[in-house]
Design a protein around this ligand. Sequence first.
Ligand SMILES: Cc1ncc(COP(=O)(O)O)c(C=O)c1O
Length: 382
Amino acid sequence: MFARLSMLYPACVIAQAPTDTERRTISAAAPAQLQSKYAASSLAAFLATRPRVALGTLPTPLEACPRLSAAAGIAERTPLYAKRDDLTGFALGGNKVRMLEYLLGEAIAEGADCLMTGADAQSNQCRAVAAAAAKLGLGCTLVVNAGLHPEMQGNLLLQHLYGADVRMVQVGDLLEVQRVLDGVEQELRAQGRRPYRITGQYVELALKAMVGYMGGALELAAQMDGLPEQPASVVLCAGSGTTYAGFACGLKALGITTRVTGISIITPAAQVAERVLALSRLAAETYGLDCALSPDEIDIRDGHIGPGYGHVSEEGLAATTLAARTEGMLLDPVYTSKTMAGLLALARGGALSAGPSVFVHTGGIPGVFAYHRELAAGIGAA
Ligand SMILES: Cc1ncc(COP(=O)(O)O)c(C=O)c1O
C-alpha cells in the first residue's frame, strides 16, 4: 500500500505510515530545472510509481570542462562536460546513491529492519549501504573481502564510522562472500530480524537498481536541453553494467538517440554488453517502457582495465592528474580514472561522434585515500 506524495518529478512514493526517519528523507518538490518537456514522459510517470527514499542531493550539476578539454586536445571536436554524480552528496556521493534510493524504497515498503550486503573492503556500495542504514535507523551487516586494500582507510573506514557490523573475510572471490552472506542472513532471520539483502541474483537486483539511473537519464536529458549544442556522446564506467543499462534505457525511453559508450573496467566488454542487452529487454517487459536496446545500440569498450580490476593504471593516473589540475575534479583510482582515460583515448582517436561529450562521473572518491600510496608514487609525491 503506497501513498502518492508528489506529482512532480522526481515524484516519490513511500510505504504508508512512515516513521519520523523516513519522513525526513522524502524530497518535497522537483527542482525547477527539471520541469521540462520530459516531466510528462512515460518514464517520469513510471518513476513516480516506484517506492523511493530520497537520499541524494539532486539534480547533480552538469558542468563544462573547458580547461580539461583544451589540455587534452579535444576542445575543438569533442568538448567535454561532466555530469557530476560524484556530487550526489549522501555519504560522499557516487552512483550507488541513486540506486539505493529505489532499492531502499522497496526495503522500507517490505518492512525490512536491517540491510546486508557484501563485496571488497574498499567497496563503494558497502559504504553507501552502511550510511543509508544509519540514516534510516536500520541495522547493517557487511561481509567484506580483505582484497587489495584491507587497511582502515577509505571506504572501509567509513563503513565502520557509519556503524555497520563489518565482518572481514579473506576469500578467493566474491562468490565466497555471497556464501558467507547466506549464513549471515540465516543468523539474522533466526534472531527474528527482517533483512533486506542488496546482493544475490544479479539480474533481479540490477533490474531494481537500474531504475535510479533511468532517473539519472531523465535528469541529464533536461539539462542537455539547456546546452548551446546537443551532446553527441555520453561516456560512463561499465563495471557490472547496471549504471550503463539504466542510463541507456532511460535515454531510449525518452526517444533520445545520443550514443552511450561504456568503458569496461572489470570484465571483457562483450560480457557487460550481454548483461546490458538482457537487462534492457527485461526492463522493457517488466516496466512496460519502450527501452529495449538492440545490440548495435550498446557500445562497451575494452582496453582500459590496465593491470587488472582494482589495480591502478598508468593512463588512469595521467587522467586523474589532468582532471585534478585543470578542473579541480577528483577521479577515483578504480573506476572513474580508467573511464576518463578511455574517454580521452576515444576522443583523441576520433572514435566519438563530433560534438560535446558528457562524462558521467560515478564517484568512488574515498578510493583516493585507500590508494594514497599508489597515487602519491604516481605523481612523484611519495
Ligand atoms: C565509483 C563507481 N563507478 C562505477 C561503478 C560501476 O557501476 P556498475 O556496476 O553499475 O557498472 C561502480 C561500481 O561499484 C563504482 O563504485
